[in-house]
Design a protein around this ligand. Structure first.
Ligand SMILES: Cc1cc2nc3c(=O)[nH]c(=O)nc-3n(C[C@H](O)[C@H](O)[C@H](O)COP(=O)(O)OP(=O)(O)OC[C@H]3O[C@@H](n4cnc5c(N)ncnc54)[C@H](O)[C@@H]3O)c2cc1C
Length: 264
């Protein structure tokens, strides 16, 4: 069984977000980490490796520095790493990102593709579903548990989170699964794993290596969505608590506040 996990290098927003003057993220000024949902997806793939002897490959599109998340994934137990990097791929929106990653995946063998549900920087949750569309594969999104993989009948069964409950979904392989952060608890890198990871060769692909991808669909030029300006969340003060009002008084109070703020 061959599994490919898409991992994205993202700025660690826990330490606060920093912006360039043009409103884009100042990624150089922030610690770069593996996207949390991707790490949970990687752990699920490594569990399938332990259980079924699957081969796990990690792929990332990004700056040459994104090689770091591939090394981290290999230090956790992934077998191979593929870095897709080329200046012309920069500034990609989700459409162009998915087209680019799909172009890399067309060069690879896979029975299962795992992406994170969402990246903590762009936060769109669009790339996984777009990759499944580009490759014309079934998609199971919002995976909270991989119940079973039946290699003989080539199916995978997954618990898909749905509001406050879940549905059990079965799909034929190959397919795409998008992982929730709590799909699995990532294992730690081992010292031996770290050494091995830096001995391993990472495959590096550029635009010319992408299969069946049109120039009109890559990079900033191929992105229908342009980020005009990004800004950090405005932290509002704590709200006002009014505990001593009866229902009628509470309604009057709220209406008054809404009128005060010209909402109504
Ligand atoms: C603040 C901000 C807002 C943005 N808003 C938009 C927007 O509204 N529309 C838009 O089209 N673009 C937007 N972008 C650009 C978007 O971040 C990039 O296109 C990005 O490459 C993919 O989108 P995402 O981060 O939302 O990923 P998501 O769709 O949330 O990622 C889902 C999964 O896809 C995989 N994945 C995503 N990117 C990569 C990668 N580079 N390498 C490997 N795997 C990957 C990962 O497994 C990830 O968990 C925004 C960027 C920023 C910083």
């Amino acid at each position: 069984m061959k599994i490919v996990v898409c991992v994205k290098q993202v700025p660690d927003t826990k330490g606060g977000v920093q912006f360039n003057a043009d409103g884009t993220l100042n990624r150089a000024a922030m610690l770069a980490i593996m996207n949390p949902d991707d790490k949970a997806g990687l752990e699920a793939a490594l569990k399938l490796k332990d259980q079924y002897g699957a081969e796990v490959t990690v792929v990332t599109m990004g700056l040459p520095k994104a090689d770091e998340v591939l090394r981290e994934a290999m230090a956790m137990g992934a077998d191979k790493g593929v870095l897709v990097t080329d200046r012309c791929l920069g500034g990609a929106d989700t459409w162009a990102t998915a087209q680019t990653i799909a172009g890399a995946l067309r060069n690879m063998d896979y029975d299962l593709i795992i992406t994170g549900r969402q990246a903590i920087d762009g936060d769109t949750a669009q790339v996984g579903p777009q990759i499944s569309e580009d490759l014309d594969l079934p998609l199971i999104s919002y995976a909270q548990k991989i119940v079973d993989v039946d290699e003989k009948n080539r199916t995978i069964t997954v618990e898909r989170q749905f509001d406050d409950r879940y549905m059990v979904v079965r799909a034929f392989l190959p397919c795409v699964v998008t992982a929730l952060g709590d799909l699995d608890v990532p294992r730690y890198m081992t010292p031996g794993g770290i050494f091995d990871a830096y001995d391993k060769e990472v495959t590096v692909w550029a635009r010319k290596d992408l299969k069946d991808v049109d120039d009109s669909n890559i990079g900033k030029a191929g992105s229908p969505t342009q980020i005009a300006k990004a800004s950090d969340k405005v932290r509002k003060g704590t709200g006002e608590k009014k505990a001593d009002l009866n229902p009628a008084e509470a309604v009057d109070y709220i209406v008054g506040k809404l009128q005060e703020k010209h909402v109504i």
